[in-house]
Ligand binder design. Sequence first.
Ligand SMILES: NC(=O)c1ccc[n+]([C@@H]2O[C@H](COP(=O)([O-])OP(=O)(O)OC[C@H]3O[C@@H](n4cnc5c(N)ncnc54)[C@H](O)[C@@H]3O)[C@@H](O)[C@H]2O)c1
Length: 315
Amino acid sequence: MRALITGGAGFLGSHLCERLVASDWDVLCLDNLVTGLETNVAHLLNHPRFRIARQDVTRYIDVPGPVDFVLHFASPASPVDYLKLPIQTLKVGALGTHNTLGLALAKKAKYLLASTSECYGDPQVSPQPESYRGHVNPIGPRGVYDEAKRYAEAMTMAYHRAHDVDTRIARIFNTYGPRMRLNDGRALPNFVYQALTGQPLTVHGDGQQTRSFCYVSDLIEGIYRLMQSDEHEPVNLGNPQEITILEFAERIRALTGSNVPIVFKPLPEDDPKQRCPDITKARRILHWEPEVSLDEGLPRTLEFFRREVAASRAR
Ligand SMILES: NC(=O)c1ccc[n+]([C@@H]2O[C@H](COP(=O)([O-])OP(=O)(O)OC[C@H]3O[C@@H](n4cnc5c(N)ncnc54)[C@H](O)[C@@H]3O)[C@@H](O)[C@H]2O)c1
């Protein structure tokens, strides 16, 4: 079986490449490295079943040979990235999704779209079930990501309905773990970097907004099970354990053994106040739920970040 993974040199994509290679898949990763790093898959480069090609998936994609599964993970994903790359983000959600669906149709391959909880915007219900239609500001700064993914979901369902492509949609909630970039602007790398370099931790707003964090191995297991299922409508994948951003900052500060102060900055526009998945559907159809608690996942991630900070100091 041969899988094509777009965005395979990114944080989630690289873990997915690793998982599929370990499960005897041939993997071709397409990535333009706009936010990913080849070092994320360096350990796979000499593997006979792994190949990476530098390619922008918003342009025409030609892949010789058979493909059994297309997994579309390419997209800037952190607010810092997609605010810096608004047009590329819209293009990879729109043209990238169209091109990869076209490839799946031509190759008679199955398809999985990496969508996001950001489809729910700043939600008015919590936790968010898949049936919730969302509360997104299309013209706000975050709209470039939220609307790109909503369009990508619509295009995926259109290919399923019009061309009978065997599609799946994962609505991924905040995920963390090794290979996140220290400077990607998400809460976890920010807090860890600040704590490890002796800077105050910056919390936006009063810190009472909530998030839920899923460890990367749990998320990849959920994706793997969704690949095997025949569910075509979106499935939430995330950890329903909710925590306020302030509590999260305090936990990271304690874990790093730092005593830097916590400072408060204004909340960015359209920042969601609550983010918590309802995973009833994933439990029922995939028999999946997260197993790694923050107590286990945070130290593993911290170990990775300590090495990254040491390496960046040595450079
Ligand atoms: N990490 C999370 O918590 C999270 C949550 C929800 C959804 N997602 C989704 O999962 C996917 C992966 O996210 P991530 O956290 O690994 O982000 P990431 O930035 O680490 O990885 C994205 C990868 O896509 C590549 N890419 C971007 N545009 C491209 C293009 N036009 N052509 C080819 N490659 C391109 C980047 O170079 C990078 O390697 C994204 O689609 C994201 O929207 C992630």
